[in-house]
Write a protein that binds this ligand. Structure first.
Ligand code: NDP
Length: 332
C-alpha cells in the first residue's frame, strides 16, 4: 500500500531535503501540505508539485489519503500538532527538537501510544553508515573501554537560515536546541549509553539578535558508562571542520565530515596495529530515515529514531541549556 504523507509546515527542510527523500521511496507519496498562510501553502504546493494545499490542519488531518504526517514547523508548534495528528490516527515523523520541554514530549509519546501510531523523531545522524559502523566497532570491543568522546560541530549559519533560529526564544531558537540535540542523540546511539550530567557554557558571539539566544556552546557530558564527551557547537564559525572522535583504552575511532548531509569520510580506527580505514556504502541519511519510517508504519521494525529517543536527547539538550544559564552542573 502506498503511504500518503501530509506535510505540516511549508518549510525549507521539507522542500530541500525531505520531499525528495519521500519521493525516492517507491511506496511513499506526498499528497498534501498545510501552511498557516493558505496563499503561501498554495504557492508551495504548486512549486513542489504537491496535489493539495489544505487550508487548515483539521482539513489535512481529515484527508483519508493522508496516512502519515511530517511535521517541520518551528519547534513550539510540534507539541500541539503531534497531539492533533495522533488523535486523527496518523503516523508521525516529527522534526527535532521533539518538543520545547519534557511535559510536552511525555504527552506526545503517550498520545501516540494510545492512538497506536508510530512516532518518529527526525534525528537522522544516527542512521548514517559511518555512525552505524562506529557503533558496531565500539560494541565489538574494537577500542576497548570507551573513555572519552569529542564532537566538533561548529558551523556558520547560512544567511537564508538567519531568522527564528537567532531571534525567537519562544520558537526554540539557539544552537543548543538546533545542534547539540542532534549531537547528543548521535553520541547516545554510538556509545549505546545515556548521558547523566552536563556542564556547559554558552556564547553570544554577535550573530544571535536576542539576548536569550546563544550562538555558540561548549558542553561536557558524563555518560552512565563514565565516559566524558565534549561537544562544541556554533552558528558563527565559517571555516571549522566537523566530526566525531571516540577514544578508548585500546584504540580510537574518528570520522570527519560526518555531521552534514553530504557523504562522510571513512571511519578511521587507530590502535596498536596501526591505522585502518573502513569505506562505507554511503546511503543518504534522509532516504534511510524515510525507509525506516515507512517500514515501521508497515509493522516492520522501528523508526530510525523513536519518540522516546527524541525525548531523551531533548532532556540532555535542555539540561545543557540550564547549565549554561545557571552556571551549575545539571543532572539529566
Ligand atoms: P523554516 O523557517 O523554513 O520553516 C518553519 C516555518 O516557518 C514553516 O512551517 C512555515 O510556516 C514558516 N515559513 C517558512 N518559510 C516562510 C516564508 N518564506 N514566509 C513566512 N513563513 C515561512 O524552518 P526550517 O525548515 O529551517 O526548520 C523547520 C523545522 O525543522 C524545525 O523544527 C527545525 O529544527 C527542523 N530542522 C531539522 C533539520 C534536521 O537536520 N533534522 C534541519 C533543518 C531544520 P507554515 O507552517 O505556516 O507554513
Amino acid at each position: 500500500m502506498t503511504i500518503g504523507i501530509g506535510l505540516i509546515g511549508a518549510s525549507r527542510i521539507a522542500r530541500d531535503t525531505m520531499i525528495p527523500a519521500m519521493r525516492n521511496h517507491p511506496e511513499c507519496e506526498v499528497v498534501s501540505v498545510f501552511s498557516s498562510n493558505p496563499e503561501r501553502g498554495k504557492t508551495y504546493a504548486a512549486e513542489n508539485n504537491i496535489p493539495h494545499a489544505a487550508s487548515s490542519l483539521t482539513e489535512l488531518l481529515a484527508d483519508t489519503d493522508v496516512h502519515a504526517v511530517y511535521i517541520s514547523t518551528t519547534n513550539e508548534l510540534h507539541h500541539q500538532q503531534v497531539l492533533a495528528a495522533a488523535k486523527a490516527g496518523k503516523h508521525i515523523l516529527c522534526e527535532k527538537p521533539l518538543a520545547m520541554n519534557l511535559n510536552e514530549s511525555q504527552e506526545m509519546i503517550t498520545a501516540c501510544h494510545e492512538a497506536g501510531v508510530v512516532l518518529a523523531t527526525n534525528h537522522q545522524l544516527r542512521v548514517g553508515d559511518g555512525i552505524c559502523k562506529m557503533r558496531a566497532l565500539i560494541s565489538e570491543g574494537a577500542i576497548g573501554k570507551p573513555l572519552a568522546a569529542r564532537v566538533f560541530h561548529a558551523v556558520y549559519l547560512p544567511d537564508y537560515l538567519q531568522g527564528w533560529r537567532l531571534n525567537n526564544p519562544s520558537a526554540g531558537a539557539g544552537v543548543v536546541l538546533d545542534i547539540v540535540v542532534h549531537d547528543i542523540d548521535m553520541l547516545r546511539c554510538v556509545l549505546n549509553a545515556e548521558p547523566t550530567e552536563v556542564v556547559s557554557l554558552s556564547q553570544h558571539a554577535g550573530l544571535a539578535t536576542h539576548d536569550m539566544v546563544e550562538d555558540g556552546n561548549m558542553a561536557v557530558f558524563r555518560f552512565d558508562n563514565d565516559l566524558i564527551a565534549q561537544v562544541h557547537t556554533a552558528f558563527t564559525t565559517r571555516y571549522a571542520d566537523n566530526g566525531i572522535e571516540v577514544h578508548g583504552s585500546e584504540g580510537s575511532l574518528i570520522i570527519n565530515n560526518v555531521l552534514g548531509r553530504e557523504l562522510s569520510d571513512p571511519v578511521i580506527l587507530k590502535n596498536a596495529e596501526g591505522e585502518q580505514q573502513f569505506e562505507l556504502t554511503q546511503h543518504s541519511i534522509d532516504d534511510k530515515t524515510i525507509y525506516l519510517f515507512i517500514d515501521a508504519i508497515q509493522g516492520q521494525g522501528e523508526p530510525g529514531c523513536s519518540g522516546e529517543d527524541g525525548e531523551r536527547s531533548l532532556a540532555a539538550a535542555l539540561a545543557c541549556l540550564e547549565s549554561a544559564r545557571t552556571g551549575n552542573r545539571i543532572e539529566i
